[in-house]
Design a protein around this ligand. Structure first.
Ligand code: PLP
Length: 307
């Protein structure tokens, strides 16, 4: 007799106190998390059996929840444990691990106001997802500056991770129509912000710059800044006018779902030899080499699956 396959092979989820196989993880259609995008989230990677910067992701998630006034029942310790258990149940060595906090909705008889809703956590672990296919990573992403402007930070603060993706999605259709892989969105003042799921670094004359505002403060972005400082690569965090992006020697992107991802074209202009530039490549290699040596790693406790 052979063992039955685990019900968690495609992934494991947690919703409001219960663990389940990913295919059984659903939320009510009336939830404001769905109907109003009234939800915040975070995504942490597991690579070679370890979380990357788990505490930093959980702290950022707590800050996002506070910014949107979510109060779930779980503590930060609970969140770390439930994320670990999702990965352990799925038995994944390389995983994409998402955690959301949803508004819920006010119970019958209460005022129809978000203050009365019971907020709750939903999380899942599935096999690792990368924004770029390996062949695009090898040739470098093709980027375009979108006409669509990023939602102003004083309407929806991008530092609190959110599902208000209509601007990023509209920008992605612009990119698709123009034969590119990804869009870059500008702020209303014409400075560069970010793209759908990543921060952006511009390299010019050996200096690396990334915006100081109007963006999610990416955990990968923070890691790249630390890495550049260690490698003695000059890095500046300040407003980046679009002209610097358009005239860049190199551009690279940073995200949990892919790490450091070089670009090779901007608005149809070929940078360098139409392949990832030398500084982008150096940062990319240093990032993965440090990861392989346990940089900011928290090993997954696979024994938690049995708990
Ligand atoms: N910017 C946006 C809009 C994102 O959605 C993401 C990640 O999903 C990032 C930047 C990169 O953040 P991190 O490096 O923490 O994954």
């Amino acid at each position: 007799m052979t063992d039955a396959p685990s019900p968690y092979v495609a992934g494991a989820a947690y919703i409001d106190g219960r663990f389940m196989p990913i295919a059984e993880a659903t939320i009510p259609i009336t939830d404001w998390g769905y109907r109003r995008s009234d939800v915040t989230y975070d995504v942490v990677g597991v690579w070679q059996g370890s979380f990357f910067r788990l505490d930093d992701h959980v702290s950022r998630f707590r800050a996002s929840m506070d910014a949107f006034r979510f109060k779930p029942q779980e503590s930060d310790e609970d969140i770390r444990a439930l994320l670990n258990r999702c990965v352990a149940l799925a038995g994944l060595r390389d995983a994409y691990v998402a955690v959301d906090c949803l508004r819920g909705r006010p119970p019958a008889g209460m005022p129809y106001h978000p203050a009365y809703a019971r907020n709750y956590i939903a999380a899942f672990a599935v096999p690792w997802i990368s924004l770029l296919k390996p062949e695009v990573m090898a040739r470098g992403a093709h980027l375009v500056v979108a006409e669509t402007v990023r939602i102003p930070a004083n309407s929806v603060d991008p530092r609190a991770k959110n599902f208000h993706w209509a601007d990023l999605t509209r920008g992605q259709f612009e990119a698709h129509d123009r034969g590119a892989d990804f869009c870059v969105l500008l702020a209303e003042d014409g400075t560069m912000t970010e793209g759908p799921g990543f921060n952006i670094f511009v390299v010019a004359d050996g200096r690396i710059v990334t915006p100081d505002r109007g963006v999610l403060e990416g955990i990968t972005r923070r890691s790249v800044i630390e890495l550049c400082q260690d490698l003695d690569l000059p890095v500046e965090v300040r407003p980046v006018p679009v002209a610097e992006l358009r005239d860049a020697d190199e551009i690279f992107l940073s995200t949990t779902a892919g790490g450091v991802m070089p670009a090779s074209r901007i608005d149809g202009r070929i940078m360098g030899n139409d392949r990832p530039g030398p500084i982008s490549q150096r940062v990319h290699e240093a990032f993965w080499s440090r990861r392989a040596h346990g940089w900011h790693a928290t090993p997954v406790d696979y024994g938690a699956a049995a708990a």
